[in-house]
Design a protein around this ligand. Sequence first.
Ligand SMILES: *[C@@H]1O[C@H](CO)[C@@H](O)[C@H](O)[C@H]1NC(C)=O
Ligand SMILES: *[C@@H]1O[C@H](CO)[C@@H](O)[C@H](O)[C@H]1NC(C)=O
Ligand SMILES: *[C@@H]1O[C@H](CO)[C@@H](O)[C@H](O)[C@H]1NC(C)=O
Ligand SMILES: *[C@@H]1O[C@H](CO)[C@@H](O)[C@H](O)[C@H]1NC(C)=O
Length: 480
Amino acid sequence: MFVNCSHLRSQLLLAAGGLFLASTSFAPVHAQSLTNDQLDQVKARLAEGATHSWEIGTRAQALIESDTPSWSVLNSSSLPPSHSAPSSLDEVISIARSVVNNRTSSKINGPQPLMDANGGAAGDPPSIGVAVLLANWTGAGSQDNVDYAGAATDQLEYLLEKVPKTSDGAISHRSEQVALWSDFVYMVPPFLAYYGVLTQNQSLVQAAYDQCRLYRQYLVDDDAGGMWKHIAMGSTPDNGHWTTGNGWAAGGMLRVLGTIQHSQYSKSMKNQANDLRDWVVEIHNGIYPHQQTTGLFKNYADDSSTFEDASGTAILASTVYRLALLAGVHTHLPAAEKSRTALFAPASSSSSSSSSSSSSSSSSSSSSSSSSRSHFSSSTSTAPSSTSTAPSSSSTPSSPSTLAHFTSDMWLTPVVNPDSIGSQGSRSPEGQAFVVEMYAAYRDWVDAGSPGANAGVRARAAGGAVLLAFVCSVLLLFAA
Ligand SMILES: *[C@@H]1O[C@H](CO)[C@@H](O)[C@H](O)[C@H]1NC(C)=O
Ligand SMILES: *[C@@H]1O[C@H](CO)[C@@H](O)[C@H](O)[C@H]1NC(C)=O
Ligand SMILES: *[C@@H]1O[C@H](CO)[C@@H](O)[C@H](O)[C@H]1NC(C)=O
Ligand SMILES: *[C@@H]1O[C@H](CO)[C@@H](O)[C@H](O)[C@H]1NC(C)=O
């Protein structure tokens, strides 16, 4: 058989050109982002909406990441930070002040949570702990006479001494019984790790790692590719793969990883850091195959009967950018870019979302609709649903929004009801914080030169090159 070599060469060139064009068409879109004004509005809604302890703590974390990035444990700056706070931290310190002031007025002494844990969620108030530690560290107490160190220590001792544990040492998310919620991983281990780094107490940094390890051991679902279940044990176990819960777990482990990596323990705790990285990768590898064609995730990632949730989608995307920056893992960047561009897309886009007026009990509830965070179902807790911050009826008439996934006043939509996570809600303070975190993570990633932006493209191009080489050698074999 005769093969015209120059003909073959031009065929190959054409094929290579086609491959190049095909691969560039997959290149992620970078353009969509929020304007400063839109971001400010997202933060304003967050400030209005955050009243539960975990919302206040998550707000403080989001503000650190967005307004004072070099003070975030996710930044490459080394820890502990300087003792003098830049003014951009004022809002974070004032969050700590209002919480600790309130506590001081109650005149209780000794181990206790930083603030009332809605209906017994012992794991939620420690989410404010990093802000309180920062207030102490930067000497805010010498100006306002608030005992931040004492409040942080009481919270630590409450967790370590008063909250029930599993026999192997996992601290319960609930105070009245042992129950492990994925949410805990974002609220507690980052506080333990930061406390350990600031007070030079490595065993607390180790405890932060151990809590992540134990929670993973109880919640990871190998049958679901490594996604985490939501709740193990207790009276409301939830084996479903709650999207936001996977985001809480990945986000919390990344903060512990960042704390270790930038601290005085980075060398001695290298193995722990590697484990944390691997466990975040495990969650991403488990959940990203369930990303919808819209770029969003269902509320329970692998349950197509549940609604799409922009809130969990946003925290997951933020963890993908952060993992790229902290550990150089780029696998899911194109998917995170897809989520981000979908969430920041203009309203004219075809995938325009549902209106913001859906009531908090509107949607299909999944098996776990009983996982209510503000009132614990089996207890006679007095926490009334009226304490809920997620108003079920929107007071603002919806005027046309310029963004598909935000109301005109910049509430993210559609979102899971943060107080009853089996159903769709209308306003999610945590979702607002996740938008700020995704925004900050994306910004830092772009500032770093968008490492791995074309991860998926490169994989495809590499695959194409291998295929071309194969075709070429087969042709040459025939030619010989
Ligand atoms: C760290 O913070 C600085 C601002 O102080 C910012 O420019 C940089 O992008 C951040 N880096 C990372 C990796 O987050
Ligand atoms: C302050 O304490 C009161 C009484 O315990 C409580 O109702 C209120 O929600 C608290 N406020 C904050 C910001 O913690
Ligand atoms: C409070 O800050 C001081 C330094 O300003 C530090 O020595 C101390 O360990 C801190 N305490 C806690 C509980 O973080
Ligand atoms: C570290 O913290 C734990 C828990 O508060 C405490 O029991 C221990 O004594 C501390 N270790 C050092 C060296 O301060």
